[in-house]
Design a protein around this ligand. Structure first.
Ligand SMILES: Nc1ncnc2c1ncn2[C@@H]1O[C@H](COP(=O)(O)OP(=O)(O)OP(=O)(O)O)[C@@H](O)[C@H]1O
Ligand SMILES: [Mg+2]
Length: 447
């Protein structure tokens, strides 16, 4: 990918996180970041566009100040709620006189795979080719430069709920920004946080946020299962608040300052004080008691996930579990998870200076993914969009950040079988859907 500046945004239930990174010769350095308390989301989903836009603006302003640049475009990750995953395939005849496969042929074969109808409430987010096939020769990762008369592509199509995508795009636009690439949150996390072997032989990531927990199983380099549960760190805070009769702010503070994931790690002799409603004097609470509240909730969340994984026959994944997200910063959580899941568990903490907290994983993974895409990945993005991408960012660019045009996107993923070419989608929205844009591209190409 081209050298330049790249921005990412994670619109989370508790915090909006923004980073600005400089990508030079394959190396990414974060030059600024900004956070803002998130208002307008519930359980990972935008419920108030105006409030979300205001929170986004605050986080972007903070990042601009730190980075010393003006941000005009952001790359955003979309949560995996109701993510649809299905196989897709396309086939075209090579048109060029010398039958050498060029960029446009790749765009065309991807576009051909997208010529399918979707129910009106869904939108294509991205396509991941598994292989290209040239004149029957399979397993080609990049067919450009090869000779052939027939080009096929077999891949995976990701779709998401229009409303979810629309709300994120609209909130960003209302904050005065343009949307660059749209990526699917657990997919970019898997690509950035897991090793090639982990993705191939099977690994489960669990993103423990404030409002939701997303469980994703990756095997053979593909998402085999994804599920979002509407419970996260906020539940733990609410439990502490209810049991200790204290407000949410104090509950959050003691959780982060004294919390341990299990009583095994907590001391019965260490105490902290907390203001309790209806008590004139602050109450003394043992760390052990606090941890018993935390452990009860975490165990419940993990047991439910374990049950879901068993029901879906997600087992014997040698890569075990990788924890990300702010709630996984709770000391002792990998050990508790390991006991419950009975498989290896590791915690992923980003290594970037100043951002060494698992809550930053998503935004960092988004920027790393977008900035390190290969040529062919950018081309595929362009095919999904059905238009020409914006110019790649220019390193010398002084203020505003130009970014390539966008891609990709986001409760239990539906793994569907390949469908016959269905009815066209009558899109009633002003903004043309991806399918419409692809149709437009086809019309132009054959004119
Ligand atoms: N040290 C800590 N110990 C325990 N919990 C923590 C700690 N630090 C942060 N958290 C919790 O992490 C959560 C925030 O994590 P994160 O930023 O990943 O969530 P989010 O992205 O805003 O929400 P979501 O992904 O659910 O939309 C909050 O519930 C917060 O209380
Ligand atoms: Mg999150």
């Amino acid at each position: 990918m081209a050298n330049g500046l790249y921005t990412g945004i994670d619109v989370g239930t508790s915090t909006i996180k923004v980073i600005v990174a400089e990508y030079v010769s394959g190396e990414m350095n974060i030059i600024g970041n900004g956070n803002a308390e998130s208002e307008g989301l519930k359980n990972g989903i935008i419920v108030d566009i105006e409030k979300t836009a205001m929170s986004i603006r605050k986080a972007v302003d903070a990042a601009q100040e730190k980075a010393g640049i003006i941000i005009d475009t952001v790359n955003v990750s979309i949560p995996a709620n109701q993510l649809g995953i299905e196989p897709c395939q396309g086939m075209i005849q090579i048109q060029g006189a010398n039958k050498e496969i060029v960029d446009n042929d790749v765009v065309e074969v991807i576009s051909n795979a997208l010529m399918r109808g979707l129910v009106p409430e869904r939108e294509i987010i991205s396509v991941e080719p598994n292989e290209f096939i040239v004149d029957g020769f399979p397993e080609i990762s990049d067919p450009r430069g090869m000779l052939g008369v027939r080009l096929e592509m077999k891949g995976t199509l990701y779709t998401g709920p229009k409303t979810l995508i629309h709300n994120i795009i609209t909130s960003i636009e209302r904050a005065g920004l343009a949307v660059g690439n749209i990526v699917i949150a657990p997919l970019v996390t898997a690509k950035q946080v897991l090793s090639d072997q982990e993705r191939e032989f099977g690994t489960i990531t669990i993103d423990m946020g404030a409002g939701q927990t997303t469980v994703t199983a990756i095997h053979d380099n593909e998402i085999r299962y994804v599920n979002t549960r509407p419970e996260g760190g906020d539940y733990i805070t609410k439990d502490i608040s209810a049991v200790l009769n204290t407000d949410l702010k104090s509950a959050e503070a003691v959780k982060q300052n004294y919390g341990e994931a299990s009583t095994e790690r907590a001391s019965q002799d260490e105490f902290f004080v907390i203001d309790s409603v209806g008590k004139a004097e602050p109450e003394q609470v043992s760390e052990y008691y606090l941890s018993s509240i935390i452990e009860a909730r975490l165990s419940q969340i993990f047991e439910k996930i374990k049950g879901d994984l068993q029901t879906n026959r997600i087992q014997d994944y040698p890569g075990g579990i990788v924890l990300v997200g702010g709630t996984s910063a709770m000391p002792g959580i990998p050990e508790l998870a390991q006991q419950i899941f009975e498989m290896p568990v590791r915690l992923h903490v980003p290594s970037e200076l100043g951002l060494r907290n698992p809550a930053y994983n998503q935004v960092i993974s988004t920027v790393k993914y977008v900035s390190s895409r290969s040529d062919i990945e950018v081309l595929i993005t362009r095919a999904v969009l059905g238009d020409v991408p914006a110019p790649t960012p220019v390193y010398e660019q002084p203020a505003a950040i130009a970014q390539p045009a966008y891609v990709e996107q986001p409760q239990v993923a539906t793994l569907e079988s390949s469908q016959p070419a269905p009815l066209p989608d009558e899109d009633d929205e002003d903004r043309p859907g991806v399918v419409d844009r692809v149709r437009g591209l086809f019309t132009n190409m054959f004119d």
